[in-house]
Ligand binder design. Structure first.
Ligand code: T46
Length: 134
């Protein structure tokens, strides 16, 4: 599986750091929705789904967490702990998020509005759909 991290330019000076995200400039899509996950409880695992269409970029603004990405052929585990880097998550990739640090703030930028019908929440169904054309 091709894992894409997007490295953002961090404008740092003696006051601190600033990262700017601009649709189609340093972002792979136009942002239609932003959400963030925080205050995650110990030993929690989230996600457990793939998307039919949705493309997203995940950025840990504070702390760290791990992602499991699975395209139906390969599973890859990644640590996110750098607010200057975004993890691009394609459609038809099963994701699970876990090992959230207590202070973790996970920002997600999405190319579409929230739509429950875009979710594939059954792993077997995901495997069948993801491997259908390969
Ligand atoms: C994803 C991973 C990384 C909304 O009402 N609007 C929204 O935009 C979102 C994302 C969620 N919700 C509601 C739906 C549920 O009642 O918030 C609740 C929690 O959502 P969910 O259980 O889907 O959260 P996660 O952490 O399992 O997954 C989320 C995203 O849903 C998903 O698209 O890729 O983060």
């Amino acid at each position: 599986m091709d894992i894409k991290f997007i490295q953002f330019q961090s404008h740092g000076d003696e006051r601190g750091s600033l990262v700017s995200l601009e649709g189609h400039k340093n972002m792979p899509f136009t942002i239609k929705r932003v959400y963030y996950i925080f205050d995650t409880k110990e030993k929690v695992r989230r996600g457990f789904h793939a998307h039919k269409q949705l493309k997203q970029l995940a950025i840990v603004l504070k702390g760290s967490c791990r992602f499991l990405l699975d395209d139906g052929k390969e599973k890859i585990e990644l640590l996110l702990d750098n607010p200057s880097q975004g993890l691009f998550i394609e459609s038809f990739v099963w994701r699970e998020m876990y090992d959230f640090s207590e202070d973790c703030v996970l920002l997600v930028l999405a190319d579409s509005f929230y739509d429950e019908s875009d979710y594939i929440r059954d792993y077997q169904e995901f495997i069948e759909m993801a491997t259908h054309d390969s």
